[in-house]
Design a protein around this ligand. Structure first.
Ligand code: ACO
Length: 341
C-alpha cells in the first residue's frame, strides 16, 4: 500500500486588505481595532473584488501547489474541493476549478468531489484524498480549501460579532503516492450534530414550500437573519477548546507521541485565543505553533493549507519534520492529522 504525502503547497489571497479600522471607517460598523484584536487576534483580512468567486481564488493556489509538486496540471487525477462558500448552490465548486484549470480543454475529465465540512473541511478532504491514494485509486489528488466570505457577511453593526472575524483566501495542496516511509500517518475526525444550529447559515429551508418564501410578484424574499451566518460565539469557543484538546490528545496517543515530539502544530485559524488556550494546556512552546489569523482572519477551509504553505516558504517546515494539524468548526465537526513531512 502506498503512503500519501503532501508534495506541493499553494496559497492565494485577494489583494485588497481590509483593516479593523476600515471596518469602521468604510463599512460604518460600530467596532474598533482594540476589541477585535483582543477578542480574536485579527488585525486585517482580505476581501475579494465583486465578481470573484471561490473557484477563482482556488486557481492560482492550485497552480502554485501543482508547480511546487513538480507536476503538470494534467498529472492531477482528482480534485477534492472544500468550502462553505461554493460558487453556486450546485453544482459543486470542484468542477468549476477543473474547467478553469484548463483540464477539460486538455481532455482530463477527472473526478471532482466537494466537501462541505466548514472549518474542518480540509481535514475531512485530506482523510478522503489519503484513503483514495492508499487504496491505489489515484496517484495525485489536488486538495483545495477556499472561501469567499466577504459577500455573505453582515458587514453592519447588527452583524459585527461574526462579520469582523472572516476573510477570503484559497489554499491548496497536492497529495501524492509514494513508497517512501513518510506522509500522512493518520487523520481522526469527529462530529456532534447536537450543535448543528449553533453556527450556521440558513439561506434557505428546503422543507419550506417553496424553499424560499416568495412575495406577490414571485420574487424570493429572505429575512436578513437567514442571509448571514449566525453564531453563538461562547458555545463555539467552549466546545472548540474542549474538542481540540481531546482530539489532539487521542491522535498523539495513537502514534505514541508526546506533544514535545511534534515539530510544528498548525491549528485552524478561528480565533487566536482558542489556539493560545490549547497551546497553553498542552504545554507547547510558542515557536512550535504557526498562526496567520492576524493577517487573514478566519478563512475557514483555507486556513490549514495556508499555514502549510507559509511554513514551507519560511523554512519552518522541512522534510523529516513531524507536523500535526487540528481544526474545529460548524457542525460541530473537528479533526486532527499526524504527518511526517
Ligand atoms: N466590536 C465591538 N463590540 C462588539 C463586537 C465588535 N465587532 N461584537 C460584539 N461586540 C460587543 C457586544 O455587543 C457585547 O456588548 P454588550 O456587552 O454591551 O452587550 C460585547 O461586545 C460582548 O459580546 P459577546 O458576543 O459576549 O463577545 P465575546 O466576548 O463572547 O466575544 C467572540 C465574541 C469573539 C465571537 C467570542 O465569543 C469567540 O471568540 N468565540 C469563538 C468563536 C469563533 O472564534 N468563531 C469563529 C468562527 S467558528 C470557527 O471557525 C470555529
Amino acid at each position: 500500500m502506498p503512503n500519501a504525502y503532501i508534495s506541493g503547497t499553494g496559497f492565494f489571497a485577494p489583494p485588497r486588505v481590509v483593516t479593523n479600522d476600515d471596518l469602521r471607517s468604510i463599512y460604518g460598523i460600530d467596532t474598533n481595532d482594540e476589541w477585535i484584536q483582543q477578542r480574536s487576534g485579527i488585525k486585517e483580512r482580505r476581501f475579494a473584488a465583486e465578481g470573484v468567486s471561490c473557484s477563482d481564488l482556488a486557481v492560482p493556489a492550485s497552480e502554485q501547489a501543482i508547480q511546487r509538486a513538480g507536476l503538470q496540471k494534467t498529472d492531477i487525477d482528482m480534485i477534492v474541493f472544500c468550502t462553505l462558500s461554493p460558487d453556486q448552490m450546485f453544482p459543486g465548486t470542484g468542477v468549476y476549478l477543473q474547467r478553469k484549470l484548463g483540464l477539460c480543454d486538455a481532455g482530463r475529465f477527472i473526478p471532482c468531489l466537494d466537501v462541505r465540512n466548514q472549518c474542518s473541511g480540509f481535514l475531512y478532504g485530506l482523510s478522503t484524498a489519503v484513503a483514495l491514494i492508499q487504496n491505489g485509486s489515484y496517484r495525485h489528488v489536488l486538495l483545495v480549501g477556499a472561501e469567499v466570505h466577504s459577500s455573505a457577511l453582515d458587514l453592519t453593526t447588527r452583524g459585527r460579532t461574526v462579520g469582523v472575524l472572516f476573510g477570503d483566501a484559497a489554499g491548496a495542496v497536492v497529495l501524492s503516492a509514494t513508497h517512501e516511509d513518510r506522509g500522512v500517518r493518520g487523520t481522526y475526525l469527529g462530529a456532534d450534530g447536537r450543535y448543528a444550529d449553533t453556527l450556521s447559515m440558513k439561506i434557505w429551508n428546503i422543507g419550506n414550500r417553496p424553499f424560499i418564501p416568495v412575495d406577490a410578484d414571485g420574487f424570493g424574499r429572505i429575512e436578513p437573519r437567514s442571509m448571514y451566518p449566525q453564531m453563538d460565539g461562547r458555545a463555539v469557543f467552549k466546545n472548540a477548546v474542549e474538542r481540540l484538546l481531546v482530539v489532539l490528545g487521542e491522535s498523539l496517543q495513537k502514534h505514541n507521541l508526546a506533544a514535545n515530539d511534534v515539530d510544528l502544530f498548525c491549528f485552524h485559524q478561528a480565533n487566536l485565543r482558542i489556539n493560545e488556550y490549547v497551546r497553553d494546556q498542552m504545554n507547547v512552546p510558542a515557536e512550535k505553533v504557526i498562526n496567520n489569523i492576524e493577517r487573514y482572519g478566519n478563512t475557514t477551509a483555507a486556513t490549514l493549507p495556508s499555514l502549510l504553505f507559509e511554513a514551507e516558504q519560511s523554512g519552518r517546515l522541512r522534510r523529516g519534520m513531524k507536523v500535526v494539524l487540528a481544526a474545529f468548526g460548524a457542525g460541530f465537526t473537528w479533526g486532527c492529522s499526524v504527518i511526517d513531512w
